[in-house]
Design a protein around this ligand. Structure first.
Ligand code: GDP
Length: 458
């Protein structure tokens, strides 16, 4: 890491080195101004080029947001079915459609925002019931909403999928859109194209990631995107964007870290959950250890085995404090000596790991005698789709994890990736079990704070 700055609460830079523009209403979004005091690491300052790009974006967003004349004009074109080419459209849009779990959503939204930055589009979100109430409006200006109004003329957006007629893949397969940029005139492209970039995308959908296809899509006024993973690495692979990305992010591992802190600000109600919990259970500790345990339905192992894996990993990487046995415990429990007090925050759908880890530090003293508290904010038992309070808890926990000094996460979990990127930390990652067996080694130190890239090779 570059110069990992441990900022004291008092010294924290309120706007992350200019990443956030000043002037937003503090009361409307408390997290925007307060979160810098909670993060323990800010390893990368934004580049001057990124700052310029963000300020340009903000100006474009407020010029083109719903409620403005260019927005109304583009929607009219869409409604009438006419094409609205880049030449006559003042503003071009990319609409993000939520899909899958919260970690997946945050990573795909962040990637879509970067795509909007690279292609001079305006990002709007199709805010479903379970998405509203999670985040503040990210862009400054009283009227610069990112929420797509409900009267947007494309109906049933949540039902768009790989089979939709308007998907880029199906338009290409049906020869309804030119695949040669030289032949795609501004008038010949449809007013909107749906980009199906989720994990079940087909070969023709995937052509989105090719330069020629980007030249065609650049002529389309409205792009609608559904995706459930981090696709920034695929943008780096495109000649058209690569040089710009290097300028925007001189350190490649800083993309999700910087854009995550720029874009995501928990709503006041979620921020209330986060700060109440933090001050009650975590603030007094001298070190905070975040542990995220995710058991995937496609890679389950017995709870005992998973607990064994966590402990083996912890011993290997020195994450959780060691304990002393028997009589030694009695004497060392009086000694608060030089050892730091520690708060271990567990995020998991299950309570089992919390119960076991908590018992360990109840029954045994930590080596060196330091105090160890073990806390878990919720255990929802299973992932629930479409429920706002469930998503709010998930968001609160992603943020509580991101305020850790040290992170142990589960490999392949976008929930864990998002916490590490926000934290500015390279986590230790538990390996995902294969064939029902505890993996060996149990975990690895991540080489980057960037989310892993989940796109299958072609
Ligand atoms: P991934 O499946 O691990 O990549 O992460 P996602 O966030 O995309 O989907 C998992 C979903 O399950 C979350 O969004 C939550 O709704 C729920 N979930 C998983 N782990 C936790 C957890 O530790 N705490 C809470 N509150 N919810 C969780």
């Amino acid at each position: 890491l570059l110069n990992v700055s441990r900022q004291s609460a008092a010294g924290a830079d309120e706007l992350f080195g200019g990443l956030l523009s000043p002037g937003s209403d503090r009361r409307a979004c408390l997290s925007r101004y307060q979160s810098p005091h909670y993060y323990k690491h800010s390893p990368y300052a934004p580049s001057p080029h990124l700052l310029r790009k963000l300020r340009d974006y903000e100006a474009r967003h407020s010029r083109c947001a719903p409620g403005t004349r260019p927005y109304a004009k583009s929607v009219d074109h869409l409604r009438s079915g006419g094409s609205s080419s880049k030449e006559d459209a003042e503003c071009n849009y990319v609409v993000w459609i939520p899909y899958n779990g919260l970690g997946n959503r945050m990573l795909s939204l962040l990637s879509t925002f970067l795509y909007a930055l690279l292609t001079d589009r305006v990002l709007l979100v199709h805010s479903t019931d379970d998405f509203t109430g999670l985040f503040c409006e990210p862009f400054p200006g009283a009227n610069a909403t990112w929420v797509l109004p409900p009267d947007f003329p494309v109906a049933d957006m949540s039902w768009l999928g790989v089979g939709s007629n308007q998907s880029y893949g199906n338009l290409l397969d049906g020869k309804k859109i030119a695949d040669d940029p030289a032949k795609a005139t501004a008038q010949s492209v449809p007013p909107y194209v749906y980009l199906h970039l989720a994990h079940d995308l087909r070969r023709s959908d995937r052509l989105f990631y090719c330069n020629d296809d980007q030249l065609v899509l650049a002529k389309v006024n409205w792009l609608l995107v559904q995706n459930d993973f981090y696709f920034v690495p695929a943008l780096y692979d495109m000649a058209e964007f690569e040089a710009e990305l290097r300028k925007l992010f001189p350190a490649k591992e800083s993309v999700a870290h910087l854009l995550g802190r720029y874009l995501f600000h928990p709503s006041n109600s979620v921020w209330g959950m986060i700060t109440r919990y933090y001050h009650t259970y975590m603030a007094q500790a001298e070190e905070r250890i975040g542990v995220q345990i995710r058991m995937f339905s496609w890679a389950t192992i017995p709870v005992d085995d998973m607990y064994g894996q966590i402990m083996a990993c912890s011993r290997q990487e020195h994450i959780l404090p060691d304990v002393v046995d028997g009589d030694a415990a009695a004497s060392s429990s009086h000694v608060h000596g030089g050892s730091k007090s520690k708060a271990i925050l567990i995020a998991s759908l299950q309570a089992d790991y919390y119960d076991r880890i908590k018992s360990t530090y109840y029954e045994h003293a930590a080596k060196g005698g330091g105090m160890v508290g073990v806390f878990q904010p919720s255990h929802e038992e299973r992932q629930i789709m479409g429920q706002r309070p469930h998503n709010q808890k998930a968001l609160a926990e992603i943020y509580l994890l991101s305020f850790s000094d040290v992170l142990l996460t589960t490999g392949a979990s976008t929930f864990g990736y998002m916490s590490s990127s926000l934290a500015g930390l390279r986590p230790t990652m538990l390996m995902v079990p294969e064939d029902g067996k505890v993996p060996e080694p149990p975990c690895v130190r991540a080489v980057s704070m960037e989310p892993c890239f989940h796109m299958m090779p072609d």
